[in-house]
Every structure is written in structure tokens, then in C-alpha cells.
Design a protein around this ligand. Structure first.
Ligand code: BG6
Length: 512
């Protein structure tokens, strides 16, 4: 596509959509362009950027994959992917123009001959444009190809482009152990500079995750309370009602701890616990997050049984339907010990948070989908009401709901109208849906745009990803060495009873 369509004015003055800051003309090359992620997320995200007029004035797309396909077939595949998965019905005109110049390069990623073909296609785009376009390489492939592709890009000289920028966007998972992540960082950074590398954690692109920072750092009222003196515990939940679908191949070797806790949930913890950065530049924000991760003690093998629980779903009922247990899912070995549920209790050992438990839990096939952060304050020091009056008093709770029903709710105590002093918890609520009356952009829209702009704030830095593994690795290793089997929970439930053993000081899991 050589020009983007100007977007209509936003319908709601409170919603700006993605900013239309100028972005340098760019060629985006997607490795794994025929895969699931590209079809479901990346191509629709690119379309929605085009719809909003947020793409650079000149934007070129190259798909790279193993399947034999002509350019025309790739364009048609991309159009169908957008029709099927775009968050809003596509405008045919924008859609046709977006992909009309798209190219496709077929080959396996370890094949030397692939890369000269790619270079020729990229040079061709530069010639047509009469200028050097920036280049973004998006690695949406099986992780084993990340080092291979990066190495070959380097050998072909595609890691730099005189007078223009070259960036590489790397999908998750970034390693499956600390050693692997370190090795991958070494390989990637032997070809690219850290400033060129954009490691994806799609949670960082979610509006509601970015709102945690707005909420904390643009409101004066929370900061005085935001510490161990007032906060009793923090509970972060990422519950899903879905099972593993067709992803057994990946999921069975990953498990819930690697899939959700190592990346997305530790990032959420960092957003809650970080100090206010001096500015919102990529490095200032990431410096603060890394400090939080460093303040979490690396669990010893002996600690693991006290701070972490794993479990697997058995057959049950989900959404009114009978569903299979994990080991009966297609592609899962019948003797698999992979956890589909993981919970962990961590402490951030610094001046602000010492002694406050951070509970993290995630699972597939739980009762419903909900991602939330619940911050429970300490109880008031004294209740002067009669015993009856005190019965409904609960510690204040602030709940940031990331999905669904995105919003913030503050639980307070209020008097029930009547002659007696009786107290009950009530909620003060802000809901995105009713306040902004508009659909938020998908995480991938924001992330692809930021990578093209060169803004790495919402991407994980090399030291951050290693610090995350530093915490999670010992847990996974202890589980692998443990004689204790994996606990069980029925599909559609709130998770295993064993998770209760992580709770301290009378804390309770919130209901899912
Ligand atoms: C992905 C995991 O990173 O995040 C999936 O691999 C999980 O297993 C997904 O379902 C959850 O993302 P979201 O945006 O639906 O919360």
C-alpha cells in the first residue's frame, strides 16, 4: 500500500484512538505470516491501524513462510484473515489498498537462499518508494527459529540499512529457562543492538495495563496509601475458561507457569509495585520494573512447596457443556504432568513492600475469564460500632479489572439505611465501557505501531526478561524434581483446594 486512508474523526471526543504521529515509511516483514498469530492478530491489527490512518504514509508488507504461495494468494489470505478476525468490520477500500502491493517469500527459515530473496523484495520496495524505508522484521514463528532467523538476517547484512532504521520484533516465549533466555539474548544481541530489539509481551499493549500507570501516577490520592503500611496483600488473577484448544504441542511443554506467570503476570506485578519513574521514557520505566524484579527473592528449592502450587484440570463442566480433562485433550500425553493452573506467593523485599504478600494465580478451564488485580487494604485499627454494626465491615479493596468489564472498583463500607447502625460493603465503580463508549485498540495494534516508531516502552528489555526467569526458573526446576504429583481441579471450578495453602494471615482467594 502506498498511502493510508485518512480515518474519520473519532466519534467520541474522549477517545483518541491511536495517535497519528508521523511514522517513518516502513517495510514490515513477517516471518510465520501464514500462522495462527499472524492470521488472528497481526494482519487484523495492521488493518485496524490502516483504518485509523495510523500506518506510515508508505507501508509495505512481506509475508514469509514455508507454504508455497504466490503474492496474489498471500494477499487473498491476508484479506480473509482480516475479514474473519478484525475487531471491526473491514472497509473494502482500505483493505484492498492495504494489501495490494504485499509480497510473499516462500521458504524454510534455516534455508540460506530465503534471505537473498527477502533482501531483493525489500530493496524493490525502496526503489519503488525512491527512498530507504525502515525495516521491521517480525518473528512470529516457533521459538526455535528465533536465533536461526536473527543469525541469517545478520549474515545477509539485513541487520542494518544505511540511512534508515532496522528493528526486530520477537514473539514470546523468550526462552523456556533462564539459561535459554540468556543464550537467546546473547545470540540476538550479537547481531542487533538492544535498541533495535522489541520483545513482545502482549499484555503491555493492553489499554487496561497501561491504565495501571495512569491510575497510580496521575492521581494523588493513592500514593500515600500505596505501601506496606496500608496495603495488606495484592492478588493478581488471570483466569481463563477456555482449555488449550489445538495448542497441545506448545502448551504441554510450557505449562501455566511459563505461559502466563513468567511474563504477563510478573509484568502486572511490576506495574503495581514499581516506583514512579522520573519520566515515561522506555528506559526509565523499564529501569523501575527491573528493580521490582530484583527485589523478589529467588526461591530456593526448599521454599517452592510453600510458595507455589500447580494443578491440572480434569473433566468437568464449562459454559454448560461437559468438557474433557487435560490429559484427554488431543495431542496431550495421557501421563502428562504439565500444570494448567499455577499459583505463587511472592514478596517484593524493598522499603515500600516488605512483608506484603503478592499472590499470583492463573489457570485454564476455570469458572470464567477474568484478569484482575485486587489490592486489599489493612483493616481499620479500631471499630467503635456495636457488635452488630461491625459485622459487615471488610477491609477496603481496590480492584483493577483488566478484562472483561474493564474498569476500576473501590470497595468501601457504608451504612445500610435504617435506624440501626449496620454496615455493608459497597462499590464505587469506573467502567471503561460506559465512560468511553468505544472499543479500545487491540494490544497488537499499539505494539506494532510502537515498534515501527521505535518506542520500546511497552516491550521487555533483555535484563527484564532474564530477571523474570530468575524468579520462575527455580520453581519449574523444583517441580520437575519433585516426587509430589500435580494436583487436580475439575474444569469449570475455581481451581484446586491446594492453592489455599499459599494464603497467609487469614487472606482468601477472591472468587472467580
Ligand atoms: C498468551 C498465552 O500469551 O496469552 C495463552 O499463550 C493465553 O495461553 C493468552 O490464553 C491470554 O491472553 P489474553 O489477552 O486473552 O488475556
Amino acid at each position: 500500500m502506498t498511502a493510508t486512508t485518512q480515518a474519520p474523526a473519532p466519534e467520541n471526543p474522549l477517545v483518541e484512538g491511536l495517535e497519528r504521529l508521523p511514522v517513518h515509511p516502513t517495510s514490515l516483514a513477517i516471518f510465520g505470516a501464514t500462522g495462527d498469530l499472524a492470521n488472528r492478530k497481526l494482519l487484523p491489527a495492521i488493518y485496524n491501524l490502516a483504518h485509523d490512518g495510523a500506518l506510515p504514509e508508505r507501508f509495505e508488507l512481506i509475508g514469509i513462510s514455508r507454504a508455497e504461495m504466490t503474492d496474489a494468494e498471500f494477499r487473498e489470505m491476508a484479506i480473509q484473515a482480516v475479514r474473519k478476525f478484525s475487531r471491526r468490520p473491514p472497509d473494502d477500500d482500505v483493505l484492498q489498498r492495504l494489501f495490494e502491493n504485499a509480497r510473499y517469500v516462500a521458504g524454510t527459515f534455516d534455508q540460506d537462499t530465503l534471505y537473498p530473496g527477502l533482501a531483493t523484495a525489500l530493496d524493490g520496495f525502496d526503489k519503488e518508494a525512491g527512498q530507504r524505508l525502515n525495516r521491521c522484521f517480525y518473528l512470529s514463528t516457533a521459538p526455535s527459529f528465533f536465533p536461526v532467523i536473527v543469525g541469517k538476517l545478520g549474515q545477509q547484512g539485513l541487520d542494518h540499512h544505511e540511512g534508515a532504521e532496522v528493528r526486530v520484533i520477537i514473539e514470546k516465549p523468550f526462552g523456556t529457562t533462564l539459561e535459554e533466555a540468556q543464550e537467546l539474548n546473547r545470540e540476538v544481541l550479537s547481531v542487533f543492538d538492544e535498541q533495535q530489539v522489541f520483545r513482545i509481551d502482549h499484555y503491555l499493549g493492553k489499554e487496561t495495563v497501561q491504565n495501571i500507570m495512569a491510575f497510580r501516577f496521575a492521581n494523588g490520592m493513592f500514593e500515600p496509601l500505596w505501601n506496606r503500611n496500608f496495603i495488606d496483600n495484592v492478588q493478581i488473577t488471570a483466569a481463563e475458561d477456555i482449555g488449550i484448544g489445538t495448542r497441545a504441542g506448545y502448551y504441554d511443554s510450557a505449562g501455566a507457569m511459563r505461559d502466563l506467570i513468567q511474563n504477563h503476570m510478573l509484568q502486572l506485578l511490576c506495574h503495581v509495585a514499581m516506583e514512579p519513574p522520573v519520566s515515561f521514557s522506555a528506559d526509565e520505566v523499564r529501569n523501575e520494573k527491573v528493580k521490582v524484579l530484583h527485589a523478589i527473592e529467588r526461591p530456593s528449592a526448599d521454599d517452592v512447596a510453600n510458595i507455589a502450587v500447580r494443578a491440572q484440570y480434569t473433566a468437568g463442566t464449562s459454559g454448560g457443556d461437559r468438557v474433557k480433562g487435560y490429559t484427554e485433550e488431543e495431542g496431550v500425553p495421557a501421563d502428562s504432568h504439565t500444570e494448567t493452573y499455577a499459583a505463587v506467593r511472592l514478596e517484593v523485599d524493598n522499603w515500600r513492600w516488605a512483608g506484603v504478600p503478592f499472590y499470583l494465580r492463573t489457570g485454564k478451564r476455570l469458572a470464567r475469564k477474568v484478569t484482575e488485580i485486587a489490592i486489599t487494604l489493612k483493616p481499620v485499627p479500631h471499630l467503635g460500632f456495636t457488635q452488630d454494626g461491625s459485622v459487615g465491615v471488610r477491609p477496603n479493596q481496590l480492584v483493577l479489572t483488566l478484562q472483561p468489564n474493564e474498569g476500576v472498583s473501590l470497595q468501601l463500607a457504608a451504612k445500610i439505611p435504617g435506624t440501626r447502625m449496620r454496615i455493608t460493603p459497597v462499590n464505587m465503580e469506573f467502567l471503561y465501557g460506559t465512560t468511553f463508549l468505544s472499543q479500545s485498540p487491540e494490544a497488537y495494534e499499539r505494539l506494532i505501531l510502537d515498534a515501527m516508531r521505535g518506542d520500546a516502552t511497552l516491550f521487555t528489555r533483555n535484563d527484564e526478561v532474564e530477571a523474570q526467569w530468575r524468579i520462575i526458573d527455580p520453581i519449574i526446576k523444583a517441580w520437575a524434581d519433585s516426587a509430589e504429583g500435580v494436583a487436580e481441579y475439575p474444569a469449570g471450578s475455581m481451581g484446586p483446594a491446594e492453592a489455599d495453602r499459599l494464603l497467609v494471615g487469614g487472606d482468601a482467594w477472591r472468587s472467580i
